[in-house]
Write a protein that binds this ligand. Structure first.
Ligand code: SAM
Length: 252
């Protein structure tokens, strides 16, 4: 690359270079004064520079120490830089974050999104670059093969919108597939503590009955009009939410 930086494919490093796309992503974030903004995987800072102009409370989490040092030295970026694997990170003020943005590293896309849904429970907006192929899972309707945890979380979080596609040549190096930018705007509902783990258990063995994956639901399925044979892929997102609340309500 022109700055002599050798990208690490093991970290999913494809750097966005198209200025129009960068501008559109920043606009989608809808950052307001005083917002606490989180960017996962800032890379060389193509988004961070503009995020830094929009807020004085920006946190960047980057796994690659070389990139973290590069970002810290960049005087166009004013941010707290955390050089860690986001998936292992505990204290980053998650519940105070208003806006999350990430050109996601595709090898850990699902895990990063799940962690954000579990922890950044008050964020009103999330904007992600994902592999176009992942949209089928993100938007999957109940009862389809692609329906799983990701579709449940996105649906409960609020309004998920596919904004635009991003061709391979907008990145250096070019990824193998076309990408898409999605925006998620939060509804009033807040996912309760432990909900993400609960959903992962529900779908742990998709072909099994729900009761075999999560024994706690056995006494309450009828209450929600669900057959004892029901499988996770047949349950609407909001019903999962109600089931979970019934279980935690019964256990306190
Ligand atoms: N945001 C930059 C851009 O748009 O040009 C870079 C995006 S690149 C697709 C993904 C970035 O995520 C890389 O900088 C990579 O080092 C970083 N990354 C990969 N895995 C990560 C993890 N587990 N935690 C934090 N950052 C990670």
């Amino acid at each position: 690359m022109s700055n002599g930086f050798l990208p690490e494919s093991k970290f999913g490093q494809n750097f966005l270079i198209d200025e129009d796309i960068i501008g559109n992503i920043i606009d989608l974030c809808g950052i307001e004064e005083g917002d606490k903004v989180l960017e996962i995987g800032p890379g060389l800072g193509s988004l961070s520079v503009f995020l830094s102009d929009k807020t004085s409370d920006l946190t960047l989490i980057e796994i690659d120490k070389r990139l973290a040092s590069f970002l810290e030295a960049d005087d166009k970026i004013s941010a707290a830089v955390i050089s860690e694997d986001f998936l292992k990170l505990k204290d980053y003020g998650a519940s105070d974050i208003d806006v999350v943005v990430s050109n996601l590293p595709y090898y850990v896309m699902t895990d990063i999104m799940k962690k954000l849904f579990a922890e950044c429970v008050n964020a009103r907006k999330m904007v992600f670059m994902v592999e176009k192929d992942a949209l089928a899972r993100i938007l999957a309707p109940v009862g389809t093969k692609q329906y799983g945890p990701l579709a449940v979380f996105c649906s409960l979080y609020g309004d998920t919108k596919v904004e635009f596609d991003v061709p391979r040549n907008c990145f250096v190096p070019a990824p193998n597939t076309t990408s898409s930018v999605i925006s998620l705007t939060k509804d009033d509902l807040i996912l309760p503590d432990g909900f993400v783990k609960f959903i992962n258990r529900c779908f742990a063995q998709r072909r099994k009955k729900l009761v075999n994956n999560v024994k706690e639901v056995s006494g309450i399925l009828a209450q929600f009009g669900l057959d004892p044979q029901v499988r996770a892929e047949q349950i609407e997102p909001h019903t999962f939410y109600e089931l979970y609340n019934a279980i935690i309500g019964a256990s306190v």
